[in-house]
Design a protein around this ligand. Structure first.
Ligand code: OFO
Length: 173
């Protein structure tokens, strides 16, 4: 049985993951509209992943005797000055999500809810990967630069990263 405070915390996380999915979807649309097909593909994929994060939480809450609350979702940002600003925003968002997951782990520990702490370990690991992924992306964007042909090469690099992510997912089944 979920302690009430933990249930509330998990539901806040549901809302955060739902927003993340819409936010990445909006970023994908911006890329699509700016001829950045590789970046768009990467972000469409990431939007799906965030939905999966949300679904995993929803199922866990309901399976644990709680009530998953499906939230209204705020309008995400639709436009960016450039792709560097977009990936900076994605990276900052992931840092915020990591902080929220860490606080949720602290809360479940405080409530002596061992099951939720164990469940959340998957999110801790996932956030470590996502932070690293966006940090890498941002570093590449800064290194290549967004002037002239830079955008073309950035887009190719991001497509390569997506191929790596998808190959890893396929290997994991
Ligand atoms: Fe990218 O964050 Fe979900 O957990």
């Amino acid at each position: 049985m979920l302690p009430k405070a933990v249930e509330e915390g998990l539901n806040k996380q549901v809302a955060m993951e739902a927003f993340a999915s819409q936010n990445y979807l909006a970023m994908a649309c911006w890329c699509d509209n700016n001829a950045l097909e590789g970046c768009a593909a990467f972000l469409y994929h990431h939007a799906e992943e965030e939905r999966m994060h949300m679904m995993k939480l929803v199922r866990y809450i309901n399976e644990s005797g709680g009530f998953a609350i499906i939230p209204a979702i705020a309008q995400p940002n639709l436009t960016y000055e450039n792709v560097q600003q977009l990936f900076e925003s994605a990276y900052q968002h992931e840092l915020k999500v990591s902080k929220s997951i860490d606080e949720l782990v602290d809360l479940s520990d405080l409530e002596k809810d061992r099951q939720t702490s164990t469940f959340l370990q998957w999110y801790v690991d996932e956030q470590h990967e996502e932070e690293a992924l966006y940090r890498t992306l941002l570093d590449k964007v800064k290194l290549i630069g967004i002037e002239g042909r830079g955008l073309y090469f950035i887009d190719k690099e991001v497509q390569v990263l997506l191929d790596i992510v998808e190959a890893k997912e396929a290997a994991e089944g």
